[in-house]
Design a protein around this ligand. Sequence first.
Ligand code: FMN
Length: 210
Amino acid sequence: MPFFTNKDISELEHLYKINMVNSLSGYKSANLIGTISKDGIENVAVFSSVIHLGSSPALLGFILRPTTVPRGTYKNIKETGVYTINHIANDFIEDAHHTSAKYDSEISEFDVTELNANYLNSFKAPFVAQSPIKIAMEYVEEYYIKANDVIMVVGEIQSVTIEDGLLKDDGFVDLSKGNVAAINGLDGYAIPTLETRQTYQRPQKINIHK
Ligand SMILES: Cc1cc2nc3c(=O)[nH]c(=O)nc-3n(C[C@H](O)[C@H](O)[C@H](O)COP(=O)(O)O)c2cc1C
């Protein structure tokens, strides 16, 4: 059974290490973040670090790798204060993955893939037309994480557009009905199937006899 200490991990060959460590946190969300520069150049890139931070207010966070190389998404968010989070679905995984390629800032990933930019409700940043769940976000704040030189960007949901058939009567969004992808590691994509929903749990009444 493979076993690694912290020292073993630190000494692994680079690609092996990032493949392994990126798999360890479990399945991750699969999103495309859409932005536009102040000069009007659109950008879209795949991110697997979007997380729920809270519902009131409705906040989502995501992790930006070190900004030592130019980061179009970050630059555009800082310039405009807005971005979109779009779920990746089964039928455009290949194009979604390709948005991780390092294109020059004058080139929009919308122009080199079949992904289409979509503007909704006068929101300034582009959505991904093909995406079943499109979330408009406004930048709130960011936290620098000293340990590895990354930034957590915190944003507030401004609006959400959900494809018909996914939203249940109680507010649950059935991602599996939308064939929404999850990311395993750095380059593995899964289409999870919803197995069950569980009821709200309360402590059991336990009779303790002393
Ligand atoms: C599956 C996958 C997940 C990724 N997740 C992240 C992420 O969470 N944070 C990040 O900074 N980059 C992530 N990347 C890398 C970005 O997609 C890549 O750096 C992209 O070029 C960023 O575009 P930008 O420079 O236009 O912002 C991921 C790449 C892949 C393939």
